[in-house]
Design a protein around this ligand. Sequence first.
Ligand code: NAP
Length: 245
Amino acid sequence: MTARILLLAGTAEARALAERLSALPGLGVTASLAGVTAEPLPIAAETRRGGFGGADGLARYLRQNAVAAVIDATHPFAAQMAANAAAACVATGTPRLKVLRPPWQPRPGWQVVADLDAAAAALPPGARVLLTTGRKEIAPFAARADVSFLLRVIEPVADLPPHIRQLVARPPFALANEIALMQAESATHLVSKNAGGPGRAKLDAAARLAIPVLMVARPDPPPGPVAATVEAAVAWVAETVAIGR
Ligand code: NAP
């Protein structure tokens, strides 16, 4: 018998897990994408796209598809999906693991802020900002017309105000490129979420150029087991799911 895993995706860890778990006998993996990216990187598992309709919709999905376990490998800042997954798994008695890469450790030159509103409020008038916090919550920065932003996004964003220009580019970014970009833009500040993981070249570049960083702290994950690595998540599946039994 095949045990079905629902893998909530949207990160490099989720892509790695799809590959690792799909290779295990007795396991069927369904990866789930929010559907916000028009051209996501390929995932080595059967993939569904779009929301479930809140925690209740996800609970229904888990029952209908006899899901044996949920691995929430969404981004550390995908707080709504994480909360929904936790609630749906409690409601259905489904084991759930949160995969959460370690955050970047604070460095000199960082100002840690609680959220994007606080980041926008902390910028001085006239600042020139490299904004790497994503396409979703632009409103706090749109309200700061006295600051000039370069918003880096993977796919273009429509209807930006004139003080927010965009740079469409897909990671990874090399340190030399990050330094060149910040210099070419005469950047005075970097605004980043504490995503953790491989995207730290921008932080190294800011440190080299003594550019202050406004670092948005992570939301707390829901209570429950957390794996910091793909390896640990694979081990959790092996322990938790009765594969082939
Ligand atoms: P979010 O605010 O936590 O979730 C908003 C809603 O989007 C959820 O309630 C759910 O809709 C749907 N959703 C989110 N992730 C989903 C998934 N993997 N599969 C199916 N539905 C999903 O999420 P977000 O911050 O917009 O992130 C969306 C996606 O982008 C996630 O897959 C995340 O890993 C990825 N991502 C996010 C960030 C970031 O900074 N937030 C950065 C890089 C990648 P329903 O309530 O209808 O189920």
